[in-house]
Design a protein around this ligand. Structure first.
Ligand SMILES: Nc1nc2c(c(=O)[nH]1)N[C@H]1C(S)=C(S)[C@@H](COP(=O)(O)OP(=O)(O)OC[C@H]3O[C@@H](n4cnc5c(=O)[nH]c(N)nc54)[C@H](O)[C@@H]3O)O[C@H]1N2
Ligand SMILES: Nc1nc2c(c(=O)[nH]1)N[C@H]1C(S)=C(S)[C@@H](COP(=O)(O)OP(=O)(O)OC[C@H]3O[C@@H](n4cnc5c(=O)[nH]c(N)nc54)[C@H](O)[C@@H]3O)O[C@H]1N2
Ligand code: SF4
Ligand SMILES: [Mo]
Length: 725
């Protein structure tokens, strides 16, 4: 065992992961193991619904009850394991707070149960009214891509004649993907953490924002003696696997990456030949970056200059088996007005390492998509070249921008919103502002499994059955070996008046006169998609995941850069349209907390997913018992405010105020306070989650990052004072 091996001590230190897994062992209707060989056991392969990763698992069903879940070995993200949420979230199927019938808002602002027929008829009439008054482009769909949802929801909107289809992107990944695209003409990469000599994580925590395989890769990297550096204002739960925590002032990661780049070039430690062959704009870029010394970056980032020089030298020694991980949401996914530009700087840094598609570097994995389908059965959608509403303002982003759509509703340009599997109002930006935007709508339809902050504002709420009660279209997943997996129906319908999304959209389309685009069943669609890539549904259902071994990735594969010139762009004039300079330059965050104020940052916890999971009893109980809603602060901050661990503070600014207990810890830097992002639910019908903890979004003003369209959820400042609990 190497000195880096995962010891019992470090295992215990991986508290959040371990606690979560142990504590969710006992599920409603689920045993934590044991023999399942009795004849009544039915085995079904399906996909977890605990978060967007959709890990594959084998469900063991006895007497109509889910008795055991085991992560499927062949599934890319599960690799044999589910995470704590995956086990706990299964209880959503039995939640007493499930939506059981279609609901219509009444005059008093409450909801009345109605029949599906009435719901479809009235929604179709309102759609027709909007289309005749303002055209189909006044309609929009907001959805979180799920296997069936990502086919049916956009198809429904497009069948009505509108290209206004949006996702949660701006509250998750828009900025970094936009930044990567501006340099590489490509969206994303996967760091080869397991085989790397060095990986730097900037505001990304595999042990908090979980995909099971990523934690396994990190563990193997740790055992192999790989250098793993966490750049984070908070020592996150990935630390047991890491070599070093580098605390940084929030929102200043761009300055760090510029200074690391400076050092690589100054010392000659960069991939000169690769850069010469593949890069355009190097000289223009260097003319600026030569000024970005570690000494310059020290006061901005709070990281000592010699630490920055040392990290750059470590990178040079490890290259090309090294990279900055592509991250996901926090530091440069979408959080600051400089996030997109940070994404650009990171893509440039990895180019300097020459690590693209190299062992231990940053890899572009292949993927497989379904081929074309029989046009007689799957009628092609009407041709429509219209750009989604708001696109012109955010051309640097990777896709259409949901916050622009919300603004469109506020301005009265958009009149009808459909939400599928999305809680925009609580999760994408300041809820009070988003609520205002929604007031102007003539029609709002929400399809959910429970009442949400967004559903509370709807005219009609349509109940979907839970993920365990439905079959969905296959999920094609890119990876070292591309795969396809399927969510099969595990449980019989629990509430007879709920329906799966394929039925809801098909029937809604029929009611709206667009039924000719939905003349197939979900099984027929699945079969056709699989046939187009030489597979069958029977085969897939039997094993859960099938792979495309002939498409396997190999190291050294040349990358086709997606930029116009086919080169990696260190300078890109397209960004100047939005006020950025052609080469990424240092931009401070837009909001700077005044003396006595603090920036409020947030992040994931291993046992919760966004807003969707807190109301699930088993997961809620973990949060309550361990006080996971607490506000983290450094002892020096606690001293200034006059509080100790466990005391209560009032957090306030001109947007919101609320009480929360504090967790005083050296694992937080003194430059910010940290609060997990899952709490502060304001829906009374969510009996567990309601009123538990505070919601970060309430303390952050509405703002959209120019060009890239990120939600800027860390552009805020709060005041803190001690109060009685
Ligand atoms: N407060 C807060 N906001 C966040 C985040 C956070 O952690 N906290 N995270 C950010 C990130 S990274 C992302 S990706 C986005 C995610 O944003 P969303 O995709 O909107 O995720 P949730 O906020 O969990 O809301 C999902 C909604 O879908 C519903 N739902 C769950 N299962 C089903 C189902 O089977 N069918 C249907 N129809 N509905 C279902 C849930 O009840 C919930 O109301 O949020 C961003 N904003
Ligand atoms: N348990 C759990 N896992 C999930 C999800 C979930 O909801 N729950 N959701 C999935 C989804 S959709 C996503 S997008 C991913 C998100 O995965 P991540 O992006 O890893 O999620 P976060 O926890 O939001 O942020 C990671 C870290 O960034 C740090 N951070 C905050 N501000 C800054 C900053 O300015 N600079 C730096 N350097 N660090 C900063 C936080 O302290 C936190 O430790 O997780 C996925 N997996
Ligand atoms: S990461 Fe966890 S919650 Fe998300 S799909 Fe996988 S097992 Fe489920
Ligand atoms: Mo996300």
């Amino acid at each position: 065992m190497s000195e880096h091996a995962f010891t019992r001590r470090s295992f215990l230190a991986a508290g959040a992961v371990a606690t979560g897994l142990a504590a969710t062992g006992g599920l409603v209707g689920c045993s934590s193991g044991g023999s399942v060989s009795n004849e009544a056991t039915r085995i079904v392969h399906s996909l977890c619904g605990g978060c967007s990763s959709k890990c594959g698992f084998t469900a063991y069903v006895n007497d109509g009850k889910l008795t055991k879940q085991i992560g499927d070995l062949a599934h890319k993200d599960a690799a044999g394991k589910l995470c704590a949420r995956g086990y706990g979230y299964a209880n959503v199927a039995f939640s007493p707070d499930r939506l059981t019938d279609p609901l219509k808002r009444d005059e008093k602002g409450g909801f009345q149960k109605i029949s599906w027929e009435q719901a479809y008829e009235e929604i179709a009439q309102k759609v027709a009214d909007i289309v005749s008054a303002s055209g189909p482009e006044a309609l929009a769909m907001i959805h979180d891509p799920r296997p069936s949802g990502s086919y049916y929801a956009p198809r429904f909107m497009k069948a009505l004649g509108s290209n206004n289809v949006y996702t949660h992107g701006p509250a998750c990944y828009s900025s970094r993907r936009g930044g990567f695209k501006a340099v590489l003409g490509k969206n994303d990469w996967s760091s080869d953490v397991e085989h790397a000599k060095m990986t730097m994580f900037i505001g990304r925590s595999y042990a908090d924002g979980i995909k099971p395989t990523q934690i396994m890769q990190l563990q193997r990297a740790h055992e192999n003696g790989s250098k793993v550096v966490l750049v984070d204002p908070r020592c996150n739960n990935t630390m047991p696997f890491a070599s070093e925590w580098v605390p940084i002032k929030p929102g200043t990661d761009l300055a760090l990456v510029l200074a690391l780049s400076h050092e690589l070039v100054r010392t000659g430690g960069y991939a000169k030949d690769f850069v010469k062959e593949n890069v355009e704009g190097f000289d223009e870029w260097w003319a600026y970056v030569r000024t970005c010394t570690p000494t310059w970056a020290e006061p901005i980032t709070g990281i000592p200059a010699d630490t920055i020089s040392r990290l750059a030298a470590d990178f040079a020694a490890a290259a090309p088996h090294a990279s900055i991980e592509s991250s996901w949401r926090a530091a440069f996914g979408c959080m600051y007005t400089n996030s997109g530009e940070t994404g650009r700087a990171v893509a440039i840094f990895n180019t300097l390492l020459g690590c693209w598609n190299q062992k231990g570097g940053a890899l572009f994995y292949p993927s497989v998509k379904p081929g074309s389908l029989d046009k007689a059965k799957f009628a092609p959608l009407p041709k429509n070249d219209a750009k989604p509403y708001g696109n012109d303002e955010f051309k640097l982003g990777p896709e259409s921008n949901v916050l622009a759509a919300a603004e469109g509703a506020r301005k009265g340009d958009l009149k009808g919103f459909f939400f599928y599997n999305s809680n925009m109002v609580a999760g994408y930006q300041n809820p009070a502002h988003l609520k205002e935007c929604m007031k102007n709508l003539d029609l709002c339809v929400v399809i959910d499994v429970q009442m949400s902050e967004t559903a509370q504002l709807a005219d009609y709420v349509l109940p979907e059955c839970s993920y365990l009660e439905r079959f969905e279209v296959p999920q094609f997943i890119g990876g070292r070996v591309p795969t396809v997996s399927v969510r099969d129906q595990v449980l019989d319908l629990i509430h007879p008046n709920t329906k799966s999304c394929d039925r809801i959209f098909t029937e809604l389309a029929e009611a709206c006169g667009a039924g000719k685009y939905f003349t197939f069943t979900v099984e027929e669609l699945a079969e056709a998609q699989l046939k187009s890539v030489g597979r069958s549904l029977t085969e897939l259902r039997r094993v859960g995941t099938l792979s495309f071994a002939d498409k396997e990735f190999s190291y050294g594969t040349p990358v086709k850069w997606g930029t116009k010139s086919g080169k990696i762009m260190f300078a890109n004039p397209a960004v100047t349209e939005y006020g950025y300079s052609a080469v990424p330059q240092w931009i401070p965050p837009s909001v700077e907390p005044a003396e006595g104020q603090y920036r409020l940052i947030g992040g994931k916890q291993s046992v919760q997913s966004h807003n969707q999971s807190v109301n699930v009893g088993t997961l809620f109980e973990i949060s309550r018992e361990y006080g996971l809603e607490r506000l983290w602060m450094h002892p020096s901050v606690a001293e200034k405010i006059g509080v100790k661990d466990g005391d209560t503070v009032e957090m306030s600014n001109d947007l919101a105020s609320g009480k929360v207990r504090v967790k005083v810890t050296e694992r937080m830097s003194p430059w910010a306070v940290y609060m997990p992002t899952h709490y502060g639910c304001t829906v009374k019908d969510q009996h567990h989650a309601y009123g538990f903890g505070l919601r970060n979004m309430d303390f952050t003003g509405f703002r959209i990052e120019p060009g890239y369209g990120g939600a800027c959820n860390h552009e805020n400042a709060v005041s803190l004072k001690k109060v009685n609990a």
